[in-house]
Ligand binder design. Structure first.
Ligand SMILES: NC(=O)c1ccc[n+]([C@@H]2O[C@H](COP(=O)([O-])OP(=O)(O)OC[C@H]3O[C@@H](n4cnc5c(N)ncnc54)[C@H](OP(=O)(O)O)[C@@H]3O)[C@@H](O)[C@H]2O)c1
Length: 272
């Protein structure tokens, strides 16, 4: 991967997270270029010692991979701007824009272009992201490997079989960090109600979330098995879990994820 030239079009939050991850993995800063119309945005990347440009077409010269990291409503115009410059020898195009399908991207880019659509999530900022990816048939195995290495710099990646599975990924892991933040908020609030100091609640809740997630990652057991292992008959955990089950938490979570999935499809129809 160190031999690839990578250009980011749009130098905001997600681009910064991926660029930082790449550099931390030892990728050469000199092979990375970021373009953005905002001088301020580009100067915020100065410490990373990458190349920067105010112009998208200049920035993609010599790029093996172009990452479209602009907001979804800007993708069509950015793609149309760079299309004439990539017609003869198209680089791999990776889009992180929510809701923009590979079909639309290929059409805006002029047709026969290798395109990967992916959905990272915000923990990419701390190299703990989860990314779903879908490649169109024009993408080679080598390019897929390169995309895995790039997105792998900020977390784990999984390949999907169809483009529309990205809507499910958006509902699960794309929006997922906020679900966990919300649960943490609620547990913290309950701890404060029980008379604990807010700072102490925060520390206990964050370490409990981290510990529980780490156990799931490191164990071969399912989360359901781990839950059963810590739920003794007649104990405190059983009392709480019974409340969650009787209160309909499973149905609420199911319907929340369905709502996110439907919304992802609706947003996709707006930008596509
Ligand atoms: N942030 C995440 O965790 C996350 C997760 C998954 C997917 N995504 C996707 O990533 C994309 C970017 O999100 P973000 O949060 O990084 O947004 P962001 O921080 O607003 O970054 C987008 C950047 O693109 C710049 N830009 C606007 N028009 C441009 C153009 N024509 N050419 C080049 N750059 C241009 C913006 O500049 P101005 O501010 O001056 O307009 C801004 O600096 C979105 O499509 C989003 O769906 C983000």
């Amino acid at each position: 991967m160190n031999q690839a030239n990578i250009t980011f079009l749009g130098a905001g939050n997600i681009a910064t997270a991926i660029i930082s991850g790449l550099i931390q993995q030892g990728f050469q800063a000199a092979r990375i270029t970021a373009a953005d119309p905002s001088e301020e945005q580009l100067s915020a990347l100065k410490h990373l010692k990458i190349n920067t440009s105010l112009h998208n077409v200049d920035a993609i010269a010599g790029a093996d991979v172009v990452i479209l990291s602009v907001k979804p409503d800007v993708v069509a115009s950015v793609a149309a701007t760079i299309a004439p410059a990539i017609v003869d020898d198209p680089p791999l195009l990776i889009s992180v824009a929510a809701g923009v399908t590979t079909g639309s991207l290929s059409a805006w880019l002029g047709g026969d272009v290798p395109v990967i659509r992916c959905m990272p999530n915000t923990p990419a900022k701390v190299q703990m992201g989860a990314t779903g990816m879908f490649a169109n048939p024009r993408v080679s195995d080598e390019q897929k490997k390169l995309a895995e290495e790039i997105l792998g710099a900020v977390g784990i990646c999984v390949w999907l079989e169809t483009d529309d599975q990205l809507d499910a990924v958006t509902a699960l892991s794309g929006s997922g960090p906020a679900y966990f933040f919300y649960i943490m908020e609620l547990i913290e609030a309950a701890g404060i109600q029980l008379g604990l100091d807010p700072q102490i609640c925060r520390r206990l809740v964050e370490q409990t979330a981290l510990g529980a997630a780490t156990m799931v990652v490191e164990s071969s057991a399912d989360p359901a098995d781990l839950r059963r292992q810590v739920t003794s008959k007649g104990g405190t955990t059983e009392a709480a879990i019974a409340r969650l089950q009787n209160g309909g938490l499973a149905a609420i979570v199911g319907s929340a994820i369905n709502a996110a999935h439907r919304r992802s499809i609706e947003l996709s129809e707006l930008v596509d």
